[in-house]
Design a protein around this ligand. Structure first.
Ligand code: HGY
Ligand code: MN
Ligand code: MN
Length: 369
């Protein structure tokens, strides 16, 4: 509601679509598809204040600057924030932008239940953002630009001011439910146990070993693990856990999935544990258009900023637009590479540097005659 109020103060035409994505558009000289500057304002529960929010606020700043300077763009310029980019409560991540660009069916997204129970649709209704505007590839953007904190250590470590993002790595999220048998921790011989907790521990160690074997960009995270009955003297009969596997290379990511799922099957069978497996999210790596990467790089250089090309380790709304329109991302450094943590920080001067590159690229792409 606060961001929408700022959009209205800027005189933007605000639309809320069926999945709760919000776009604030400034008219262009011609009735052409909009250049969208987007990101998200949802965060992981323990997140910082820059992930997502920075790109939306910088978009509003860019529009305010264009208006102040009386700049007329041929294309309309819109700022958007997309529903449930994080995916931590409702899987998959990038849910709103995926529906917006026709990558995910609207009714499936609305029916998705969160880890705390309510569905996306029910929550959108409750907060008043179950909008009317059609969605699902309905809005063709002329281009999509996203300014975002890097959320990793590369720019800071190399002393670079701007990242010209070349693409986003592939993401594979899986939920495993391991069914064992509760039993007495003291009286049950080790040979007679069906210990779901032990199997979960083996899986966590396996995926860490796998990243060492595969090397390169392969990363693996077990971020969520719930034991039942979760009592000191009862052998766990049920564990729900999540696997987050990512790689910039789709073939290696598929190999990582194959090796992991084969291990899960083998270690569970050895303990007599039954496994249920559910895909929570699966996105292949995405490359941004070379033209947009070059524009970001050239704009940074023209403003005297050091800049390097780099892939994104994190998922972003931009990856949903990339197959459909020229898409680019701009990174600024994250202090200590920290993100998805309240200590996330980027200095004001670095935030301004990123916003100025965004302003320049927007003017180029929206065509200022
Ligand atoms: O998980 C991600 O990479 C993003 O923050 N949704
Ligand atoms: Mn983000
Ligand atoms: Mn995030």
């Amino acid at each position: 509601d606060l961001v929408v109020s700022w959009m209205r103060e800027l005189g933007l035409t605000v639309t809320v679509d069926r999945i709760g994505n919000v776009l604030g558009a400034r008219a262009g000289a011609a009735a052409l598809p909009p250049v969208i500057i987007g990101s998200h304002i949802d965060t992981v529960r323990t997140g910082g204040k820059y992930d997502g929010n920075y790109g939306v606020l910088a978009g509003l700043e860019v529009i305010e600057r264009l208006a102040e300077a009386g700049v007329v763009t041929r294309h309309p310029v819109a700022v958007g924030f997309f529903t449930n980019e994080e995916g931590a409560r409702f899987a998959p991540d990038m849910l709103g932008s995926a529906v917006h660009q026709g990558e995910l069916a609207l009714d499936l997204a609305l029916a998705t239940a969160g880890i705390d129970g309510p569905t996306v649709g029910a929550e959108l209704t409750r907060i008043g953002y179950a909008g009317e505007t059609p969605v699902g590839g309905a809005v063709r953007a002329a281009a999509f630009l996203e300014l975002h904190v890097e959320q990793g250590p590369v720019l800071e470590r190399e002393g670079q001011e701007i990242g010209a993002v070349t693409g986003v790595q592939g993401i594979s999220w899986t939920e495993l439910t391991l069914h064992g048998v509760s039993n007495h921790a003291g009286t049950t011989p080790m040979s007679m146990r069906t210990d779901a907790g032990y199997v979960a521990a083996e899986i966590s160690c396996f995926v860490r070993r796998l990243t060492r074997e595969l090397g390169g960009a392969q990363v693996a995270t077990v971020g969520h693990q719930v034991f039942a009955p979760n009592l000191v003297n009862v052998i766990p009969n049920r564990v729900v856990m999540t696997l987050d596997l990512r790689n910039t290379d789709e073939q290696i990511l598929q190999q990582a999935e194959r090796q992991t799922f084969a291990f899960v099957e083998q270690i569970a069978a050895s303990e007599g544990v039954r496994v249920e497996q559910r895909t929570l999210a699966r996105f292949a790596p995405v490359a941004f258009s070379p033209e947009m990467v070059a524009r970001v790089e050239a704009a940074a250089r023209a403003q005297g900023r050091s800049v390097r090309r780099m892939p994104s380790g994190a998922g972003h709304d931009a990856q949903m637009f990339a197959p459909h329109c020229p898409t680019g991302m701009i990174f600024v450094p994250s202090a200590g590479g920290i993100s998805h943590n309240v200590r996330e920080y980027t200095a004001p001067a670095q935030l301004v540097a990123g916003a100025n590159v965004l302003l320049e690229v927007v003017q180029q792409v929206a065509r200022v005659d």
